[in-house]
Structures are given as C-alpha cells and as structure tokens.
Design a protein. Structure first.
Length: 120
C-alpha cells in the first residue's frame, strides 16, 4: 500500500508526504518522501512538485471525482507518469474500470500501471 498526504504549509504551498507500506498493518518499508507543491494555474489542477531541491516535476490532475472527491487521477504533460489516488485503501471495481477506460480512450498507456490498493 502507498499513501500520499497533502496539507497546506504556512507559506500557502502544499506539503506532500508519500509513504510506502509493506503490508496492511502499516509496516513502513522505506522512509517517507517529503516534498512541496504549488499551483501553476488558476484552476489549481496543475502543480509543480519538488522532492529534492534541484528538480521539480509536473503534477496535473487529469480526472477527478467532482461529486465526492473520492479519487483523483494525476499525470504529467508527457503522460510518462500516472497515479490513481483514492481516499480509501479499496476502490470499487466499477470506478476503477471507469477511470482506466477514460485513460485508455485519452491516450495513456496502462501497461505499467501498478495497483497498490485493493478493488472491491
């Protein structure tokens, strides 16, 4: 399981903490990656993220559950990177299928997409 936590810091930037876990009991298998992000557009759907001082990456929200905010899908302009983020460890199979159908139909390659949570 992998978690990503976001919070606002005192400068108005977004604090990002990514953690990987070995199992459902929460045993961490590596240190957390801590970074910061900031919006680069008026919609706040395009962010720059920095985990190390010399490198930034694009982090664009490309699909969002606008009704319940139960998930977001994040990529970059080149579509090299892709994350499906869920508020819960388990996502409904139908929702996951809807997301992957959208991604396939819009040009994302899903061959390397790794499921780190559970489908229910």
């Amino acid at each position: 399981m992998v978690t990503a936590e976001y919070s606002l810091d005192n400068k108005g930037d977004i604090r990002v903490v990514n953690t990987s876990y070995k199992d459902d009991e929460g045993k961490v298998i590596r240190d957390q990656a801590v970074g910061r992000a900031w919006s680069v557009d008026k919609s706040n759907s395009k962010l720059k993220v920095r985990f190390v001082w010399f490198a930034t990456g694009d982090y664009w929200v490309v699909k969002l559950d606008e009704k319940n905010y139960s998930y977001s899908v994040v990529s970059d302009p080149s579509r090299k990177y892709l994350w499906i983020l869920s508020r819960t460890p388990a996502m409904a199979k139908g929702v996951y299928q809807e997301i992957t159908d959208f991604l396939s139909q819009n040009g994302w390659n899903l061959d390397k997409l790794a499921l780190t949570g559970k489908l229910k």
